[in-house]
Write a protein that binds this ligand. Sequence first.
Ligand SMILES: C[S@@+](CC[C@H](N)C(=O)[O-])C[C@H]1O[C@@H](n2cnc3c(N)ncnc32)[C@H](O)[C@@H]1O
Length: 214
Amino acid sequence: MAAEPKPEILAAFQAAKGFMPVAEGLALYDAAAEAAALGLPLLEVGTYCGRSTILIADAARAAGVTALTVDHHRGSEEQQPGWEYHDPTVVDPEVGRMDTLPTFRRTLHAAGLEDHVVALVGRSPQVAAVWGGPLGFVFIDGGHTDEHANGDYEGWAPHVAEGGLLVIHDVFPDPAHGGQAPYRVYLRALESGAFTEISVTDSLRVLRRTGSGT
Ligand SMILES: C[S@@+](CC[C@H](N)C(=O)[O-])C[C@H]1O[C@@H](n2cnc3c(N)ncnc32)[C@H](O)[C@@H]1O
């Protein structure tokens, strides 16, 4: 049976600013809860305002592990002024750039999850380069260009422990439904022979490490 978040956690997720639909959020929670049983940290790339972080953090709390979430908080390409996903309420007027960190912190505070999350503020490849330990779960939802999606895969997938889960968001096999970079990374993970798909929920793909390498 799938693990499900408590109603108050689901309500906090739904109230948070962000992009993840509920069905994908439930699949993310289930994967995070399963992976947390390995007793290793859970890591997300692409915090934004903390919507998906709430679910990962709650799964981490239940298992007594830590959730890590990486973001430079300056927004992806499609979130910049003039682009489809821009939100002017998350622009820092003093520096004139996006800054989603304050909203993220409010989101976590409201959900009562601050003590279970370590926020890593920086560029994903730079953080990955100094990260040394194994992870039970890696969720890739950062930049959606080939450069960024490949950088996230190359930086973080090697850290997924045997039996751990690699989850990729916005996987659209049909280009009419969305950008192709996350799909190409998903194919790359499968073709590596290191990962096996265990579930598909809309654009969310859950893979398990069943072999070595990446
Ligand atoms: C699609 S949003 C994440 C949405 C979030 N997971 C949710 O459910 O609401 C992508 C985020 O990735 C961040 N990002 C993009 N490229 C990045 C990089 N190279 N390093 C760190 N963060 C990055 C952006 O700042 C943005 O907040």
